[in-house]
Design a protein around this ligand. Structure first.
Ligand code: GLN
Length: 198
């Protein structure tokens, strides 16, 4: 029985695996010796204590959240304080309001931000920048891919990093969001930060 109880208290991390860059997030957790399981069904969701929503295509993810019947269960877990890290499209899914979204696009309204999809213009659809993050000693290499811009933040939202004038990393209670792709930076520090809060 010793073996059974050994990991009882370990928190289980899930990565929403409907579409997008979920495998890259799993690799980062693997580097941190943390197993991150794929969440595709309500049953998968029940087994996890925290969730990553990856980058990808938020309109597609919105549709898949409905067809997989994951939308409502996730919404309920968010209300109960499920820690979630949303990156890029994942941030769009968690936002209160989406600008330039599809009319039928859903979001969880879990963090009081308005985000504008694909907001950084054509020429710089994708770009990279060194950003300073509160609580990290060294800058973080942030990769922006057709990134959403946070265009307004509510008073409960803490800005944790800027790129130029834009907030690109933000937190409200159990919700952490990044407009860039931390899983592509070959740097585990943001995932580590998320795990600390779990
Ligand atoms: N532009 C994408 C969307 O609206 C997000 C891009 C990304 O996740 N890299 O969903």
């Amino acid at each position: 029985m010793v073996g059974v109880s050994r990991n009882k208290s370990a928190k289980k991390i899930g990565v929403l695996a409907l579409q997008g860059a979920f495998a890259s997030h799993q690799k980062v957790f693997h580097k941190l010796s943390v197993d991150a399981v794929e969440v595709r069904t309500p049953t998968d969701l029940e087994k996890v204590d925290a969730l990553v929503m990856p980058g990808g295509e938020s309109t597609t993810m919105s549709q898949l959240l409905e067809s997989s019947q994951l939308f409502d269960p996730i919404k309920n877990r968010l209300k109960d304080g499920l820690p979630v890290f949303g990156t890029c499209a994942g941030m769009i899914l968690l936002a209160k309001n989406i600008l330039d979204g599809r009319d039928d696009q859903l979001s969880f309204d879990a963090i009081e931000i308005d985000v504008q999809r694909n907001a950084y213009g054509r020429q710089i659809d994708s770009f990279e920048a060194e950003i300073d993050i509160d609580s990290l000693d060294q800058p973080f290499h942030a990769v922006f891919i057709r990134a959403p811009r946070i265009v307004s933040l509510g008073s409960q939202v803490q800005a944790l990093a800027y790129c130029g004038d834009d907030v690109v990393l933000a937190q409200q209670d159990n919700i952490l969001v990044a407009s860039f792709h931390p899983e592509l930076a070959n740097d585990v520090r943001l995932h580590e930060l998320f795990l600390k809060g779990v």
